[in-house]
Design a protein around this ligand. Structure first.
Ligand code: HEC
Ligand code: HEC
Ligand code: HEC
Ligand code: HEC
Ligand code: HEC
Ligand code: HEC
Ligand code: HEC
Ligand code: HEC
Ligand code: HEC
Ligand code: HEC
Length: 467
C-alpha cells in the first residue's frame, strides 16, 4: 500500500511540549544570557574600582602616548572633574610645546593640535599627519599681512607642489671655486708624473671624516683663515681623543664643504720653484709670502754660490745669442727676486686655476675671493643624504658628470624625487611631513611638566613611607 502523507499526520509528529522541556543546550543558553552581562558589568566595575578607564576609550593610543593609555584625564579633563570628548590645546601644552608654524599665518585658520595629531588610531606615529591638515591652508594660501611668498595651491606632493625655487628661477651656484666636474670625473692623471686614476664623488664629498685618498699625508696643519673661523666661536676647540659611539646621524648633516686639504692637495701640489719638491702652504697670500721668504733665505744661506745669477740668453729682446751675462746679487736681493718670481707664477697660474684673484692698487699681494661653497640648497625642506645612501650619487646628481662650469646647479629637481616619493605601498612616503617641518622649533619654549603618572606617584609615596 502506498504511504499516505497528509498534513494532519505530519502535524501529529510535532512535539507540543518542546518548549516546556529543558535540554542541555537551552540551559547553557540561559546561563550565558545571565552570566555574560554580569561579567561585563563586573569587569567595568572592577576597572572603575582600579581607576582604569580604558573601557570608555575609542581606541588605542599612539606609540608616544602609550604610557598614557590609562590616563584619560591628562587630555580630557578641561574643567575640574568634567570629562570632555575633546582634547584641548592647553592639555597638550601642559606636557610639551608645539611652537607656531609661521609668523605670517592667519591666526584664526590655525587648526587645533588634535586635528593633525590624531589620537586613538592605534600605535601609529603621531607626527604622520595627513596632507589634508596642511592643504587646509596651503590649498589656497592666505597670509596674515602682506603678500604670499610661496606657491599658493598645494594639495599634495603630486597635485600643485611647485618645482623647487632654486631650479625654477634659473639660479646660479655662486661659489668662486672653479671646479670642472666633467674633467675630474673622467680618468685623470694624479699630478704631472703620477698614475691615471678614476675619482669618485666621495673622494671630494662626504659627511663623515675617514681617511681621504687625495690629501697629502700627513694632512697639512689648518690654514690661518680656518683658525680665524674657529676662534670666532669664542673659545679654542680642544679635540678630546676618544672613540665616538656609532651615531645613526642626527640625520641632517649636509656634505662637508669641499676642502683643499682633503680633496685637492694630493694632486694640485702648489709647487713654486724647481729647487723645492714641496709646495707652498694653502693659505692667505700673506702667509704664502712669509713662507716663500723664509724658504729662499734658508736656501741661499745653505747655497751661497747661487747669488751669482746667469742671465738667461733667451730673454734678450734682439733675438741675437749673447754671451752669458753674470750678475752678482746680495742674498737679500736674491731672496726678493726669487720670491717675486714665485708669486708671479702662483697668482698668474697656480692659485688662479681655482680662485678668483683681485689685485688692489694699494696692496702688493692679490686677495682671494671667499670660497662661498654653499651647504644648504633647499632651506625650506629637510633632506638627508643618509636616508638615501643606498642610491648612487649620480642617480640624483646626473648633471655632475657633464658639468664644466662652477655656476651649474647640480642639485636635482622635483621630478627626481617623484620617481620614488609617491603614494602607494611600493613607494617612499610622499605626505608633507616627510620633507617639511611644521613647527618652527627655533621658537620652542621650555615646558615644565608637572604631570606624574599615578603609578610612579604611588611608588614614590611608598618609598617615602618606608624611611
Ligand atoms: C594624549 C591625550 C589623550 C589621552 C591620554 C586620551 N585621549 Fe581620548 N582623545 C584624544 C584626542 C586628541 C581625541 C580627538 C578629540 C578631538 O577631536 O578633540 C580624543 C577623543 C576621544 C573620544 C571621542 C571619540 C573620538 O574618537 O573622537 C573619546 C570617547 C575618548 N577620547 C576617550 C578617551 C578615554 C576613555 C581615554 C582614557 C582611557 C582617553 N580618551 C585618553 C586624546 C587623548
Ligand atoms: C601627560 C603629558 C602629555 C600630554 C597631556 C600630551 N602628551 Fe604628547 N607626549 C608626551 C610624552 C611623554 C611624549 C613622548 C616624549 C616626546 O616625544 O616628547 C609625547 C610625544 C608627543 C608627540 C611626538 C610623537 C613622536 O612620534 O615623537 C606628539 C606629536 C605629541 N606628543 C602630541 C600631543 C598632543 C597633540 C597632545 C594633546 C592632544 C599631547 N601630546 C598631550 C606627553 C604628553
Ligand atoms: C597642521 C598640523 C599640525 C598642528 C595643528 C600641530 N602639529 Fe605638531 N606636528 C605636526 C607635524 C607635521 C610634526 C612633525 C614635523 C615637525 O616636527 O614639525 C609635528 C610634530 C610635533 C611634535 C613632535 C616633535 C618631536 O619630538 O618629533 C610635538 C610634541 C607636537 N607636534 C606638538 C603639537 C602641539 C602641542 C600642537 C598644538 C599646539 C601641535 N603639535 C599642532 C603637525 C601639526
Ligand atoms: C594655518 C594655516 C597653515 C597650515 C595648517 C599650514 N601652513 Fe604652512 N604656511 C602657512 C603660511 C601662512 C605660510 C607663509 C606664507 C607666506 O609667507 O607667503 C606657510 C609657509 C610654509 C612653508 C614655506 C616656508 C618655510 O619657511 O618653510 C612650508 C614648507 C610649509 N608652510 C609647509 C607646511 C606643512 C608641511 C604643513 C602641514 C603639516 C603646513 N605648512 C600647514 C600656513 C599654514
Ligand atoms: C675633485 C673633487 C670633486 C669630485 C670628484 C666631485 N666634486 Fe662635486 N664639487 C666639488 C667642489 C670643489 C664643489 C664646489 C664648487 C662648485 O660649486 O662647483 C662641488 C660642488 C658639488 C655640488 C653642489 C654645487 C652645485 O652646483 O649643485 C654637488 C651637488 C656636487 N658637487 C656633486 C658631485 C657628485 C654627484 C660627484 C660625483 C659624480 C662629484 N660632485 C664629484 C668637487 C668635486
Ligand atoms: C686645486 C684648486 C686650488 C688651488 C690651486 C688653490 N686653492 Fe685655495 N681653495 C681651494 C678650495 C677648494 C678652497 C675652499 C675650501 C678650503 O678652504 O679648503 C680654497 C680656499 C682658499 C682660501 C680661503 C677662502 C675663503 O673662503 O676665505 C684661501 C685664502 C686660499 N684658498 C688661498 C689660495 C692660494 C694663495 C692659492 C695659491 C697658492 C690657492 N688657494 C690655490 C682650492 C684651491
Ligand atoms: C686625482 C688628481 C686630482 C684631484 C684630486 C683634483 N684634481 Fe684638479 N686637476 C687634475 C689634473 C690632472 C688637471 C689637469 C687636467 C687637464 O687640464 O686636462 C686638473 C685640472 C683642474 C682645474 C683646471 C680645469 C680646467 O677647466 O682647465 C681646476 C680648476 C681644478 N683641477 C680644480 C680642482 C679642485 C678644486 C680640486 C679639489 C676639490 C681638484 N681639482 C682635485 C687632477 C686632480
Ligand atoms: C619628497 C619631499 C617633499 C614632499 C613630500 C613635499 N615637499 Fe614641499 N618642498 C620640497 C622641497 C625640496 C622644496 C624646496 C624647498 C626650498 O626651495 O628651499 C619644497 C617647497 C615647498 C614650499 C615652498 C614653495 C615655493 O613656492 O617655493 C611649500 C609651501 C611646500 N613645499 C609645501 C608642501 C606641502 C603642503 C606638502 C604636502 C602636501 C609638501 N610640500 C610635500 C619637498 C617636499
Ligand atoms: C636621492 C637623491 C640624492 C642622492 C642619491 C644624493 N644626493 Fe646629494 N643632494 C641631493 C639634494 C636634494 C641636495 C640638496 C640638499 C640641500 O642642501 O638642501 C643634495 C646636495 C648635495 C651637495 C651639496 C651640499 C649639501 O650637502 O647640501 C653635495 C656636495 C652632494 N649632494 C653630493 C652627493 C654625493 C657625493 C652623493 C653620493 C654619495 C649624493 N649627493 C647623493 C640629492 C641626492
Ligand atoms: C631612488 C629613490 C629616491 C629618490 C630619487 C628620492 N628619495 Fe627620498 N627617500 C627614499 C627612501 C627609500 C627613503 C626612506 C624610506 C621612507 O621614508 O619611505 C627616503 C626618505 C626621504 C626623506 C626622509 C628622511 C628621514 O629619514 O627623515 C626625505 C626628507 C626625502 N627622502 C626627501 C627626498 C627629496 C627632497 C628627494 C628629491 C630631491 C628625494 N627624497 C628623492 C627614496 C628616494
Amino acid at each position: 500500500m502506498a504511504r499516505t502523507r497528509t498534513t494532519k499526520k505530519l502535524a501529529q509528529r510535532v512535539d507540543l511540549n518542546y518548549f516546556k522541556r529543558a535540554t542541555a543546550y537551552k540551559r547553557a543558553m540561559m546561563w550565558l544570557s545571565v552570566v555574560v552581562p554580569l561579567l561585563a558589568v563586573g569587569w567595568i566595575a572592577w576597572r572603575g574600582f582600579t581607576r582604569d578607564s580604558r573601557v570608555y576609550s575609542s581606541g588605542r593610543m599612539s606609540q608616544a602616548h602609550a604610557v598614557l593609555e590609562k590616563e584619560c584625564a591628562a587630555c580630557h579633563i578641561q574643567k575640574t572633574g568634567e570629562f570632555s570628548s575633546h582634547a584641548a590645546n592647553s592639555a597638550c601644552l601642559a606636557c610639551h610645546d608645539g611652537p607656531v608654524h609661521h609668523e605670517n599665518e592667519v591666526a584664526a585658520a590655525v587648526p587645533a593640535c588634535a586635528t593633525c595629531h590624531m589620537e586613538h588610531r592605534g600605535r601609529i606615529d603621531l607626527s604622520s599627519t595627513s596632507n589634508q591638515s596642511c592643504a587646509a591652508c596651503h590649498g589656497s594660501l592666505r597670509v596674515g599681512s602682506g603678500q604670499v611668498h610661496y606657491a599658493a595651491k598645494i594639495h599634495s606632493f603630486e597635485d600643485g607642489h611647485p618645482e623647487f625655487a632654486l631650479l625654477r628661477d634659473g639660479a646660479k651656484d655662486s661659489s668662486t671655486i672653479r671646479l670642472n666636474h666633467a674633467i675630474h670625473l673622467k680618468p685623470i692623471r694624479q699630478g704631472p708624473k703620477g698614475p691615471i686614476v678614476q675619482l669618485e664623488c666621495g673622494d671630494c664629498h662626504r659627511n663623515y671624516a675617514a681617511e681621504w685618498k687625495y690629501a697629502v699625508s700627513p694632512n697639512p696643519a689648518s690654514a690661518s683663515y680656518e683658525l680665524l673661523q674657529d676662534n670666532s666661536s669664542g673659545h679654542a676647540v680642544q679635540p678630546v681623543p676618544s672613540l665616538k659611539p656609532y651615531a645613526p646621524g642626527n640625520g641632517r648633516e649636509p656634505m662637508r664643504p669641499v676642502s683643499f686639504a682633503t680633496a685637492c692637495s694630493g694632486c694640485h701640489l702648489l709647487t713654486f720653484d724647481k729647487r723645492f719638491d714641496e709646495g707652498v702652504p694653502h693659505d692667505e697670500p700673506e702667509v704664502v709670502h712669509a713662507f716663500l721668504v723664509r724658504k729662499f733665505r734658508e736656501y741661499i744661506a745653505a747655497h751661497p754660490g747661487e747669488v751669482r745669477v746667469i742671465r738667461d740668453p733667451r730673454r734678450d729682446l734682439t733675438g741675437e745669442p749673447l754671451p752669458p751675462d753674470v750678475r752678482v746679487l746680495t742674498q737679500a736681493q736674491w731672496v726678493a727676486e726669487r720670491t717675486a718670481a714665485a708669486e708671479e707664477l702662483l697668482s698668474r697660474k697656480t692659485c688662479k686655476q681655482c680662485h678668483a684673484l683681485s689685485l688692489h692698487q694699494s696692496a702688493s699681494l692679490p686677495s682671494i675671493a671667499q670660497a662661498a661653497v654653499r651647504e644648504r640648497w633647499l632651506p625650506h625642506a629637510k633632506f638627508d643624504h643618509d636616508a638615501h645612501r643606498g642610491f648612487s650619487c649620480v642617480s640624483c646628481h646626473r648633471k655632475a658628470l657633464t658639468s664644466t662650469q662652477t655656476t651649474d646647479i647640480l642639485v636635482p629637481g622635483i621630478a627626481n624625487c617623484k620617481t620614488c616619493h609617491a603614494p602607494g605601498p611600493e613607494h617612499a612616503e610622499s605626505r608633507c611631513f616627510e620633507c617639511h617641518t611644521y613647527h618652527d622649533w627655533a621658537r620652542r619654549k621650555e615646558v615644565r611638566s608637572t604631570y606624574t603618572l599615578p603609578a610612579l606617584q604611588n611608588e614614590r609615596d611608598s618609598s617615602l613611607g618606608s624611611e
